[in-house]
Ligand binder design. Structure first.
Ligand code: TRP
Ligand code: SF4
Length: 365
């Protein structure tokens, strides 16, 4: 069982075997101009993604839904979602970004006002600063607590889901609060509501998420089938990305500040943090020269791979020079820190304008 509200480390291989997620690599050759996250295997899994590729190819309507639960500060790992949204915007997708304040209230005890502030100061500000065009036509951003269409759909869909099923999927028990029990239905409605008549009717939907969200995807696909006659729902597709490793070698998590580079960090702090990250380097310089480093086991390399190096050739050189003992971790860290600093200088400038824009969209009236 996967619990979306705990931060257990996920075994990616097992997901593919146990839950029927398909490897993304099978479809990669069919993707035109794939983004870095696809090319480099960071997006590793998918369900029914062929349907999305077909819509892109034929320029027919499709939508992307991916939400965020406001629970803390945004870290650099979260940038992956924004990178994907930007790519899908270019492919002509309708974009839906639910802000999961109902989930945050039920699962984290954060009230709606606090969620709104977090959504403005952290999430939306960073989404805009990272390059998402939130004013683009057919881009929808909403708070769950203010979206009656979603709430009503969740209620209607709940008619064909029972308690035993929720217990089996999520491990809910007798002590689960009733608001929390309702959270998955809201998320199912987030994902399915773009197929309602008022949004243009049935269409392919893709949900790009981390594998911790897969229980929601499975539930949504089942429910879509149960309501097929009524709404002609097409089962949503999904993709799954790997999580970025934290600075300490554990999962990067906002609730463990030592593991995270926050998007609101100053350029200097961000650079300092990457310099102190766990590497795949050897005990001594001699060993490093003789045996080479382990980039596949290195937080610094991962930062270059996920975010900082755009060119495939350059990345390959970095990998090889680490492996064959040419590069030492010290110089490598300096290079990464410089790139990161540049990125953060730019981001912190953009955040200033972005925040005003974010506030306009989400402020109460
Ligand atoms: N549950 C997601 C999270 O924890 C947020 C979310 C809400 C979501 N609705 C969604 C994700 C719809 C994908 C699709 O961050
Ligand atoms: Fe990581 Fe660079 Fe050291 Fe290789 S040389 S282990 S990539 S920090």
């Amino acid at each position: 069982m996967i619990d979306p509200w705990s931060s257990a480390i996920v075994d990616y291989e097992n997901l593919i075997e146990q839950f029927g997620i398909k490897p993304f690599s099978d479809l990669l050759p069919d993707v035109k101009d794939p983004p870095i996250l696809m090319k480099r295997g960071i997006i590793f899994g998918q369900r029914d993604y062929g349907r999305i590729l077909k819509a892109i190819r034929e320029k027919s309507e499709f939508a992307v839904v991916t939400g965020m639960m406001p629970s803390g500060k945004m870290h650099i790992g979260h940038k992956m979602i924004v990178d994907q949204l930007i790519w899908y915007q270019k492919q002509g997708a309708d974009i839906f970004i639910p802000i999961a304040d109902m989930e945050s209230y039920s699962a984290r005890n954060i009230d709606f006002e606090e969620s709104r502030e977090l959504a403005i100061n952290e999430y939306l500000t960073n989404y805009i600063a990272l390059g998402l065009d939130i004013k683009k036509k057919n881009t929808h951003i909403y708070l769950q607590s203010e979206n009656e269409t979603v709430q009503n759909l969740a209620y209607l869909l709940g008619r064909r889901v029972n308690l035993n099923e929720m217990k089996a999927i999520y491990g809910f028990s007798g002590s689960t609060n009733l608001s929390h029990l309702y959270v998955p239905l809201i998320q199912v409605a987030d994902i399915l509501h773009p197929q309602l008549e008022e949004f243009g009717g049935p269409k392919p939907i893709v949900v790009p998420v981390g594998p911790d969200q897969d229980p929601h995807i499975r539930l949504t696909r089942d429910i879509a089938e149960r309501f097929k006659t009524k709404y002609q729902f097409i089962a949503p597709s999904s993709t799954y990305h790997r999580f970025i490793t934290g600075l300490t070698g554990d999962k990067m998590s906002s609730s463990k500040p030592k593991t995270a580079i926050f998007l609101s960090d100053s350029p200097e702090v961000a650079a300092k943090k990457i310099k102190s990250a766990k590497t795949g380097g050897r005990e001594s310089l001699d060993d490093q020269k003789r045996l080479g480093g382990l980039p596949e086991d290195c937080v610094v390399y991962e930062m270059l791979l996920y975010h900082l190096i755009k060119s495939e050739d350059e990345l390959k050189d970095i990998f090889n020079n680490c492996k064959n003992g040419t590069t030492m971790c010290g110089e490598c860290k300096i290079q990464a820190a410089e790139l990161l600093k540049k990125f953060f200088v730019d981001l912190s400038k953009r955040r200033i304008v972005a925040e005003t824009e974010a506030r306009k969209i989400l402020s109460k009236d």
